[in-house]
Design a protein around this ligand. Structure first.
Ligand code: MG
Length: 465
């Protein structure tokens, strides 16, 4: 009898363990990528009134990176960078003529590029893109043709397909105070079919979060990769009824708080499904805040300028890595980039890195799991096809500076370059180029070495219909 009870207990214990632990060894990956959120817009990054308890908790349980960069300061090239692990100049996803893709653009991410989704799909992952795409809206460029099994989202920015009204004639003086989703005729797509137009943007944050949760539940028995790219807080700002007027920071704060709530629900789902220990969640944004839109734009905190510029506010972003039991909790001051996720996740999944092209991607594994130094010690800040600035270690040299958009400050070339020590002076206020000719020389050598191997991809942004 005793033996029977013991056997039953062991059987129960083992079957319980089985239902709790994943059936596969490869970790799941979730990237949550917001649009135009600034370095200073989260509670855990110092915002005094926007409340982000779920992201704060993720940072507490995981790693908060304070020197984490995107591959470009505007949407399309930044998205090409995170998904290919390459500077967008290599894929042709930057242009001298314009900065992003539009609803009448002819092209998109070239088929020759290898996306992170293609890497992971090749080693057995289920893959979903939920949210903003902005790498080509025609069928051949959509996520389902770029390594994702599933797509649900708006294929470009939420302010596109504008139905003209007098209040929108002057772009920079647009009033966003009395707008409706109906003013922006953006499509909502499932896989390749338009299912709603104009998309009801009031419920879009909520629906993206719910789609992610459903995908996790449906695909938990195999390794999965979800790329959740929120269309917000890019203007125009919209929230669901439950979050309207909820924050102390006005509509922009309501948007961030609704995104934070969705993150909390996703984390809760991972815990309930027994996936928390085998899933790596990263939260970051595609570029800095869109400052010309004043109260409708976010904040880069102590960093200078915002979206569109190669000042820190344009390209340094909050980045939170969460995987309880795997990632060592810490505040990380090492340098990282969205492009590094390509190598980091490929290596963890057992996907071989391509050797027929130059990658701009470092494996962040040693920092994430052992708190070692990052192998990345430089950032190249492109604006379109030109290098505007370079960071090497603590120092950043600006070869060219320019205001956020054409109307907000003219282009200036600097010879010798302006130099800042970002560890001492993250706000880029105090030029110290006359004290460090040696460092300027080192940075120049880095630029020359980069240029000597650079093959510029064919411009995919210029052609419009
Ligand atoms: Mg953006």
């Amino acid at each position: 009898m005793k033996n029977l009870i013991f056997t039953l207990l062991i059987t129960c214990f083992c079957s319980n363990l089985k239902s709790q632990s994943p059936k596969h060894e490869q970790p799941n990956f979730i990237i949550i990528f917001t649009d135009d959120m600034g370095y200073g817009d989260l509670g855990v990054y110092g915002h005094p009134t926007i409340k982000t308890p779920n992201l704060d908790q993720m940072a507490f349980e995981g790693q908060k990176w304070t020197n984490f960069y995107v591959g470009a300061s505007v949407c399309t090239p930044s998205r090409a960078a995170i998904l290919t692990g390459r500077l967008p100049i290599r894929s042709g996803m930057t242009s001298k003529k314009q900065r992003v893709l539009f609803p009448d653009s002819k092209n998109g991410l070239p088929a020759s590029e290898i996306t992170l989704a293609e890497q992971l799909k090749g080693v057995g992952y289920k893959t979903a893109a939920i949210g903003k795409w902005h790498l080509g809206h025609k069928k051949q460029y959509l996520p389902t043709n770029n390594g994702f099994d599933y797509y649900f989202g708006i294929p470009y920015s939420n302010d596109m397909d504008l139905l003209q009204g007098d209040e929108f004639k002057n772009y920079w003086n647009r009033s966003y105070d009395s707008i409706e989703p109906a003013h922006f005729n953006v499509p909502l797509i499932r896989n390749t079919a338009i299912i709603e137009r104009p998309a009801n943007q009031h419920t879009i944050i909520k629906r993206y979060s719910e789609e992610t949760i459903n995908y996790i539940k449906k695909n938990k028995d195999s390794p999965f990769f979800v790329y959740l790219a929120h269309n917000l807080p890019h203007v125009p700002l919209f929230v669901s009824k439950e979050f309207e007027g909820k924050s102390k920071r006005g509509l922009y704060g309501d948007v961030i708080e609704e995104i934070d709530y969705g993150v909390g629900e996703i984390i809760k789902t991972l815990k309930e499904e027994g996936l928390a220990e085998n899933t790596i969640v990263v939260f970051t944004s595609d570029n800095g805040p869109w400052l010309p839109f004043k109260l409708n734009g976010g904040s880069a905190g102590l960093l200078r300028a915002g979206k569109g510029s190669t000042w820190e506010g344009g390209m340094r972003e909050p980045a939170i890595f969460w995987a309880p039991g795997r990632i060592k909790p810490a505040v990380i001051t090492e340098i990282g980039s969205t492009m590094d996720l390509f190598s980091t996740f490929s290596n963890l999944a057992g996907a071989k890195l391509p050797h027929d092209r130059i990658l701009d991607s470092h494996d962040l594994g040693p920092v994430l799991f052992q708190q070692k130094e990052s192998t990345r010690n430089s950032i190249i800040y492109y604006r379109g096809n030109e290098i505007y600035a370079v960071r090497l270690g603590d120092f950043k040299a600006h070869y060219i500076t320019q205001g956020v958009y054409g109307q907000f400050g003219k282009r200036e070339e600097h010879n010798p370059p302006i130099l800042y020590n970002l560890s001492h002076d993250p706000g880029e206020q105090f030029n110290i180029n006359n004290q460090h000719p040696d460092i300027l020389k080192e940075i120049n050598n880095l630029v020359e070495a980069h240029k000597s191997k650079l093959v510029v991809g064919k411009d995919q942004l210029a052609e419009r219909e």
